[in-house]
Design a protein around this ligand. Sequence first.
Ligand code: TTP
Ligand code: MG
Length: 359
Amino acid sequence: MGSAESMTRQVLHVDCDCFFASVEMRDRPELKNLPLAIGGAKDRRGVISTCNYVARKYGVRSAMPTAHALQLCPDLKLMPGNMEKYRTVSQEVMAILRDYGSQFQQVSIDEAYLELPPFSNGELVARQIREQVEHALGITVSIGIAPNKFLAKVSSDWNKPNGQFMVAPWEVDGFVAALPIRKIPGVGPKSAEKLHNMGIERCEHLREFTLTDLLNQFGKFGKLLFDRSRGVDPRALSVGGDRKSISIERTYPEDLKSEAEIVAALEGLWERFESRVAAAKTQPQHLAPYVKLKYFDFQVMTLANHELACSKESYATLLQSAFAKNGKPVRLVGLGGRLKLQDIDQLAFDFHFNELDAP
Ligand code: TTP
Ligand code: MG
């Protein structure tokens, strides 16, 4: 039994439909009814990044070698892709989604979780989001609505493309029981094979094993299997916080009283910030800049701008605007960068993107 709180959670998982292909079909509607794939050329041993739903009927899939895709579908229209355009559309999608949740977590270029405030009508919110995204951006998304992240993620796939699916709290048990184990995020081909060899096909079979059994067989992963097979996923949305951002700050011996003094302070901070970013093995383009000012009276103000690059010039602009908001003497200045993408899923995506970006 979950606590009252966990029973009333409403989590949305929003995932764009054949994202890169959707953007291209929007910009060239004549492609809509043709089998379309974004990916590297056959003669350069390219792979498919994604394809539209027409191409999927032929069996074309993401990560498939282009040569194989062309065997399955000789008429496949292949496009090289334009990452910059997709990143821009992604930011536009996320800007719309952010406003709908009490919490928001982007997990890859085309998907995000939203936590709704208690007593929201999740199905209605999902419908509104889908309409707004389609109307404003000309692409469609699919949405899962459920009491936790795991179930929301599974559900967003249920009525794809351009659909939504809700698992109500009282439906969780039956829904999960029938779920094939491959649907549990984290269960890849290897663990699936091992589970199948143990006679486990669906979550209901997993439930016959004790936690100790599963821990013995799968180590820590066993706990995840135990939980998910019962529809349990306690993970909160990761919405920034210290681990998801990089920052430095400095308190000055004397309060800074003018814009010029604040901008001069940036000179002293910037190098430290840059080396902190490098030490975190991340790149400025993965960070959205924010600044923090603490005033003589210990009041704190932060200012962020997701549109800006993480450059010294951006911080100067942000510091100037922050200072201009009330002009009080400042005792501390901080620079921060919030990681734009927060899940390990991103590693896999980056791999394919790099391939796509290559000349
Ligand atoms: P996905 O959401 O996995 O796929 P999709 O949006 O194309 O299709 P679906 O309707 O099933 O959600 O990935 C989002 C984008 O990430 C996708 O459009 C292209 C890119 N991508 C790759 O470049 N390589 C890959 O292997 C995958 C899976 C995705
Ligand atoms: Mg998608």
